[in-house]
Design a protein around this ligand. Structure first.
Ligand SMILES: Nc1ncnc2c1ncn2[C@@H]1O[C@H](COP(=O)(O)OP(=O)(O)OP(=O)(O)O)[C@@H](O)[C@H]1O
Ligand SMILES: [Mg+2]
Length: 349
């Protein structure tokens, strides 16, 4: 099912939780809704589910305008941020519950519970109660319960936040698999950029209630629309140097060396931020000089802190055995992973 949000706004008193949000979510995709705490992700999910009414704007599911539809009419499966299972019910009863409410006859109920339990890999657990399950198992039951209704839209609100790192990784793959198998359009809320990058077809990036960018992970990473998007994705965080462009060179605010830009820099002489990903530096005899401030290793990668003008940046450079702390090295920037942003507005230049 395709979801269309048109100028959706939600106010709580003076708080604008979702601000004039317009986006289309394509049928059958897994969309990661990404943004910092408090940016309006859960609110947007609750608006999609119909649990809270919009202040303004319209929501469409395929051809249906569902803006004023109650939750039960929308055909949405929702897994909450703290995916509470009913503690006094067995796993089978938990999964069965939405079907009982819909008055699905018993034989069909049994068939659907077994199907979904097998897909979510909880078929061995059907007779247990939630307190007899691990976090990951509870998680799978919550997803099975949301899917058993055969929703048109599956909404998952930070479903992995209570799990340890390894289980998170595993469950991420599981969710991806179940989503592919069912083909259900899914919105997956997270504030973890790495999770969003690894799981989604598209990332919807939000900030303070506003849509920033909606793109596949790689596009967002390689072509951020603004400074916030560039900062939010990537590890280590993108380097940022303050200064301005003069005759194709970037002059740091503190003066000193001019950095030759590998990208088109027709942006006048206004204060700007040069943003460079750590992998976008290369050693080059003909490049600009910087001082090695620190050398360290992260896993199998060699990383250096470099002093450029007054700024310190982090770069993946193979310096081991060649240069040490305090040495001067010459580097240039690759065109990929280098961006200029307006210092005031953060817009891409
Ligand atoms: N029922 C409510 N009444 C008043 N303000 C609310 C209500 N629900 C949310 N808000 C406010 O709306 C904003 C968005 O909240 P929301 O829960 O959607 O954020 P979030 O992106 O899900 O954050 P988190 O990552 O921490 O879960 C916040 O400023 C929050 O305080
Ligand atoms: Mg939330």
């Amino acid at each position: 099912m395709r979801v269309e949000l048109v100028h959706i706004t939600k106010r709580f008193g003076s708080t604008v939780a979702v601000d004039d949000f317009t986006a289309t979510l394509a049928d059958g995709q897994l969309i990661a809704l990404l943004g910092p705490s408090g940016c309006g992700k859960s609110t947007l999910l609750n608006l999609l589910a119909g649990i809270i009414p919009v202040t303004g704007g319209r929501a469409r599911f395929d051809e249906d305008d569902v803006t004023s539809w109650p939750p039960e009419r929308r055909g949405v499966g929702l897994v909450f941020q703290n995916y509470a299972l009913y503690p006094h019910m067995t796993v089978a009863q938990n999964i069965s519950f939405p079907l009982e409410i819909k008055k699905v006859p018993k034989p069909e109920r049994v068939r659907r519970i077994n199907d979904i339990a097998s897909m979510a890999r909880v078929e061995e657990l059907l007779d247990r109660r939630p307190d007899e399950l691990s976090g990951g198992q509870q998680q799978r039951v919550a997803i099975a319960r949301a899917l058993v209704k055969q929703p048109r839209l599956l909404l998952l609100d930070e479903p992995l936040s209570n799990l340890d790192a390894r289980l998170r990784l595993e469950m991420r793959e599981e969710i991806r698999r179940v989503q592919r198998e069912t083909g259900v359009t899914t919105v997956f809320v997270t504030h973890d950029q790495e999770e969003a990058m690894s799981i989604s077809d598209q990332i919807v990036l939000m900030r303070a209630g506003k849509l920033q960018q909606r793109d596949p992970a790689q596009t967002l990473y390689h072509n951020p629309v603004n400074r916030f998007a560039a900062e939010f994705l990537g590890n280590p965080p993108i380097n940022q140097i303050k200064g301005r462009v003069e005759n194709g060179l970037f002059r740091t605010r503190e003066g000193g060396v001019g950095i030759p830009l590998p990208i088109n820099a027709a942006c006048g002489n206004r204060p700007a931020i040069l943003a460079v990903r750590a992998e976008s530096f290369v050693l080059d005899e003909g490049g600009f000089p910087c001082e090695v401030a620190e050398l360290f290793e992260i896993g199998k990668e060699e990383m250096a802190s470099l002093r450029v003008g007054g700024a310190v940046v982090r770069a993946y450079l193979p310096l081991e055995g060649r240069s040490g702390k305090g040495d001067t090295v010459r580097v240039r920037l690759k065109p990929r992973g280098v961006f200029l942003f307006d210092e005031k507005t953060g817009e891409r230049l």
